[in-house]
Every structure is written in structure tokens, then in C-alpha cells.
Design a binder for this molecule. Structure first.
Ligand SMILES: NC(=O)c1ccc[n+]([C@@H]2O[C@H](COP(=O)([O-])OP(=O)(O)OC[C@H]3O[C@@H](n4cnc5c(N)ncnc54)[C@H](OP(=O)(O)O)[C@@H]3O)[C@@H](O)[C@H]2O)c1
Length: 363
């Protein structure tokens, strides 16, 4: 019988309907391709949306009927026809497989792993060698698998306007007034942002719905100021107070509809709001508090509002150098076995995690 490997597939009809199945081992590789044995996969909020059939805000992408979900993996090359990698090399996937340099193009979105391309929640996958980066030696497979979407998006949300090689790092500066980063929640992007900001010497503010998670952000990761957005709904006031009325220089806008107005009220003059996600909804309310007049809001404090879509391979590699130099260890909240993949999706869907959730595929 021909050799097979195991994989999970989705018909975009819900986490509960994920199916474990088998696929034939790939045949001969094309020039430039590699076969990767996948060891660890990390989950992103996007994966929950894809599997649930809710990932519909990128108009150029159409829903396919069945696919292997997930985009972020760490693995090892088992055979190579790429000049970039050899058998035995540890590697990480990049999210949009064709996004190598510079600004993302609409055409790059067609190469997103785990939608619209089939993804990585499988024991093996063939990649173009161009769509991978070398895995840092000091990180475990589980830790490293968390980096492609969450950490790269966090890196770009801080450094998007800094040229390659000139990333923000004031850790050695004697200037007493350091920039402040505000992250919303304690999910994958926010925790990576907090870790990067701390290593780069920035002041940090974290919001969360959980006092326990905030205590962890302070104790384990050295967060500067923490605010519970559930018990202190006017958290923008706490941000202004913590910054002596100046506001945060960079805000990770992961909340969306119910948080953007607040971000405009606590951004520093000339600051950057990186629009990353929409966990509180995709559409503004029509009431006084949630209705936005973006033109005036952006203008009154000279704000830059920038939509973020992950980042290119060259910035991922830049970030990996920074991580290694600073010894940053990504935060893995919980690791599930390959057989427990459905439980891992449900865990992220229900917001139980702090940082990242990982599925261990193989050793
Ligand atoms: N544009 C991009 O390239 C890109 C890349 C990655 C992610 N994203 C988007 O960014 C968002 C975060 O992604 P993720 O993977 O980090 O998600 P995640 O790990 O699932 O993080 C979710 C966390 O966000 C917090 N949260 C939930 N509802 C919130 C609300 N109404 N206001 C503020 N915070 C809230 C919660 O933190 P607490 O439990 O601490 O309250 C929750 O645990 C998602 O919308 C995702 O689609 C975009």
C-alpha cells in the first residue's frame, strides 16, 4: 500500500466538524521545493475564523470548499530540491508564501497558508523553499511555531515605518522619555508585542478582561501599566494617566469596533494606531460613543492609522535576529497533541489563553 500521512481538514463549517484523515505521501519534488516533516503548529484567531467560515473580509479571496487549516508551523526538512535548505534544517513557515520583501501586494494574499492555500495542520507538507525561514537554534519547535503570524504582525505594527535594519530599540538610550506601546488583550499578537517592546526598551501598557492575566503580564513579562477593560471600561483614561497626559505612541488596535474610538482618545500626538484586528466586532456602532468620524479623529492629534497585514520574509528574518540577540522566548499558553486539535481550536475560540496555543504534531 502506498505510504500515507495524517492531516486535519475543514469544510469551513465549524471547529466541531474538523476531520482527521490521511493523504498520500508526496511524490517527486519540483526544483526549488522541500518536503517538511511538521513538528509543531500554532493557532491564530484567523484559523478559528477560517474553520468557522467567517474569514470573509478580504474581498479578493474566495472560500474554497475543503482545506487543511493553519499557517504557522515549525518543522524539519526531510528532502530538498531548494538551494536555500538542506535535509535536517529546522524551518518555520512564512504566512503569505510569496511575500518576500517590501509592502504586501494584493496578489500575495492568494498565497496565504491555511486559506486560500491548504495549510500546515498535517504531518508532512511540500513547500517552495522561498516560503520558509531558518528556525532559531535556541527555541523549541513549540516556541518557534508561534512566530510567523503573531510575532511578525507585532513586529510590523511597531516597525512598519522604520526601514529594514533600523528597527526601534531604545533599550540603550539614556533619554528618560521612552515611547509607550499600548496592547489590547493578552492574545498572541499582544503578548508578542509586549515582549518585543520590553526588549526594545519601550514603556508598556496592557489591557485585559482578566486580572489574573494582567498579573501574569506584570510578573512574567514586566508590563508597566495594566488595566482591566471589563471592570474599567473607560480604560483610555487610565492610559492618559499612565502617560502623564501624553498618550501612547503606538497602539495595537486588535479590538476594532468598540475600541478604536478609545484608541483615538489615548493616542499620543503624532502617534501610530496599527489596525490589526476586530475582536470586538467589524462594524462601528451608530450610537454616540461608538460612531467614528475618522477624518477629524485622525487629524486632531495628527494620527497615523495603518492597516497591518503580517509582514514580508525579510522583516521576519530581521525580527528573528532581534529575538536571538535579546533572548526572547515566546509565551506558549498550552500545548495540545495532534489528536486533540479540536480542543486546541475551542480553547482559542473561548479566549482561555495567554499568548499562544500550540499543537504538537510530531517529535
Ligand atoms: N492583520 C494581521 O496581520 C493580523 C495578524 C494576527 C492577528 N490579527 C487579528 O488580530 C486580532 C488578535 O489576534 P490574535 O491571534 O492575537 O488573537 P487571540 O490570540 O485569540 O487573542 C484574543 C485576545 O484578545 C482579547 N480580546 C478579546 N475581545 C476583546 C475586545 N473586545 N477588546 C479588546 N481585547 C479583546 C482577549 O484578551 P484577554 O483575555 O486578555 O481579555 C483575547 O484573549 C484578531 O482579530 C486577529 O484576526 C490580524
Amino acid at each position: 500500500m502506498a505510504p500515507t500521512y495524517k492531516q486535519w481538514t475543514t469544510e469551513l463549517d465549524g471547529v466541531d466538524k474538523l476531520k482527521m484523515g490521511e493523504a498520500p505521501m508526496p511524490g517527486d519534488l519540483q526544483q526549488g521545493e522541500v518536503l517538511v516533516k511538521i513538528r509543531a503548529v500554532s493557532l491564530n484567531y484567523r484559523d478559528i475564523e477560517v474553520v468557522s467560515g467567517d474569514y470573509a473580509h478580504h474581498q479578493s479571496l474566495t472560500q474554497s470548499s475543503s482545506l487543511v487549516p493553519c499557517s504557522d508551523m515549525a518543522g524539519v526538512i526531510v528532502s530538498s530540491k531548494s538551494s536555500r535548505f538542506q535535509e535536517g534544517d529546522r524551518v518555520l513557515s512564512i504566512f503569505n508564501q510569496t511575500h518576500i520583501k517590501g509592502q504586501v501586494k494584493e496578489s500575495d494574499m492568494a498565497s496565504g497558508l491555511g486559506f486560500p492555500l491548504s495549510g500546515v495542520l498535517a504531518e508532512y507538507r511540500v513547500f517552495d523553499g522561498e516560503g520558509l525561514v531558518k528556525c532559531p537554534d535556541y527555541l523549541s519547535d513549540e516556541e518557534a511555531s508561534t512566530l510567523p503570524i503573531a510575532a511578525v504582525t507585532a513586529w510590523m505594527s511597531i516597525n512598519t515605518f522604520n526601514p529594514l535594519g533600523q528597527y526601534l530599540d531604545v533599550s540603550a538610550s539614556s533619554d528618560t522619555k521612552k515611547p509607550t506601546l499600548l496592547v489590547q488583550g493578552t492574545g498572541g499578537v499582544s503578548v508578542a508585542g509586549l515582549q518585543i517592546a520590553r526588549a526594545a526598551g519601550l514603556n508598556t501598557i496592557v489591557t485585559s478582561s482578566s486580572d489574573e492575566k494582567l498579573a501574569r503580564a506584570t510578573k512574567d513579562l514586566g508590563a508597566g501599566t495594566t488595566v482591566n477593560y471589563r471592570t474599567h471600561w473607560e480604560w483610555q483614561e487610565a492610559v492618559m494617566k499612565a502617560t502623564d497626559g501624553a498618550g501612547a505612541d503606538i497602539i495595537f488596535e486588535t479590538g476594532g469596533a468598540k475600541t478604536l474610538r478609545k484608541s483615538f482618545d489615548c493616542i499620543a500626538f503624532g502617534g501610530l494606531i496599527s489596525c490589526i484586528g476586530y475582536l470586538s466586532g467589524k462594524e462601528d456602532g451608530s450610537d454616540e460613543v461608538n460612531r467614528l468620524n475618522i477624518n477629524v479623529l485622525a487629524l486632531r492629534r495628527n494620527v497615523t492609522l495603518k492597516g497591518m497585514l503580517n509582514g514580508p520574509r525579510e522583516r521576519f528574518e530581521e525580527m528573528l535576529d532581534f529575538y536571538a540577540k535579546k533572548g526572547i522566548k515566546p509565551v506558549v499558553s498550552k500545548t495540545f497533541t495532534f489528536d486533540e486539535a479540536k480542543d486546541a481550536f475551542a480553547f482559542v475560540r473561548d479566549g482561555q489563553h495567554f499568548g499562544k496555543v500550540v499543537i504538537k504534531v510530531s517529535t
